[in-house]
Design a protein around this ligand. Sequence first.
Ligand SMILES: [Zn+2]
Length: 461
Amino acid sequence: MSTLLIKNATVLVTMDETQREVADGGLFARDGFIEQVGSTNELPETADDVLDLHGHLVLPGLVNTHHHFYQTLTRAIPAAQDANLFNWLKTLYPIWGRMTPEDIHLSTQTALAELALSGCTTASDHLYLFPNGSLLDDEISAAQDFGVRLQASRGSMSLGESKGGLPPDSVVDSEDNILKDSQRLIQKYHDARPGAFVQIVIAPCSPFSVSGELMKQSAKLARESRVHLHTHLAETEDEESFCKQKFGYRPVAYMESVDWVGQDVWFAHAVHINAEEVGRFAKYGCGVAHCPSSNMRLALGIAPVMDYLRAGVKVGLGVDGSASNDSSHMLAEVRQAMLLSRLREGITGFSLSDDASRKLMTAREALRLATQGGAAVLGRSDIGSLEPGKCADFFALNLERLETAGALHDPVAAAVFCQPMRADHTVVGGRFVVRDGQLVTMDEHALVEKHNRAAKRLLEG
Ligand SMILES: [Zn+2]
């Protein structure tokens, strides 16, 4: 039994149903779960570990709903800096094809370090190529040592160039192997209990890199095993043309045709979605991982996030792979989501003065996407808010800093409107992964050196 007491926070944001924000707040946790949240004077006076957060803002841990950790090794590659999605992929596939199991492990550490230092406590990752004997296990073991919760998505690609797909044949696998390995991973790692640190997700890469048959078989396996389904969808107009030509459907109708709709499905991007398809997402309960930086980086459009929210579609945020962001800063993504949604509303003719039923995304709404929204998208009711019974997952920002100078009348909004900050403390299940601005489980400087050596080797071949 171990207990943790957080006290004297300037503001603690619960993200509970009533959107309660507690002044001079804190929480008391036991064995990784929250027992009490409230004003400091309502909480127990001591615990095994006590942290005084005077001058800090405390927020629920951020939930990242889409990433490709391995891409931290291929950021800002010159030939992929200014390409569209399909050319970006064709440039990067051969470099990714040189990765080893050690590279998967190392890039997981780097991505999780960056995520944890920006407030993230649960990360979904989508690994869809397994070169040179790499396994999803290489990523899972790194995450287990690090201490951030992982929704490990077993990705796959089976439709190589010779079968009309986009990736080279050298990085695709047989559908039989993909399904067998997915089953092995579920049996070995999937933990359905509250407070789980590892959950497995079945995640064929995209409509243009796997067959319809693999989509159907994946859905069947996921439902038999009670795990969730994830893929990229409606990311570009090229993908829309590909789906119409190859399958005879727009992307969403194609998903319906292969049993890929329901509460257990979430799609990354969902940019090129029309009003009627927004309604279908709401009807089926499909979730969306909105990745604003990546969408801007690849110039592929603006997702209709406010339309999703008005229709009751579950929306979370994702930093996406670091070859298309090229950052894993989760709090920065919250800011991008707020700003990009405002830009879209402006482009579509919305005016603040003439339509009272519509409004701009607020800082708090953007934070809600990254907490409660992400938890709902991943199907996890044990995270996303600071309430008794939930996981003790949170982060703290010291407000006495240059970035927030002049904004302390509203520290919660400052965390989104001002320059994205580095977390001073990040706690997952009652355990510190960042303390006093430093990673707890690894040496940041040594990690960066090792990572840069690996990135250089991959690029040079
Ligand atoms: Zn992606």
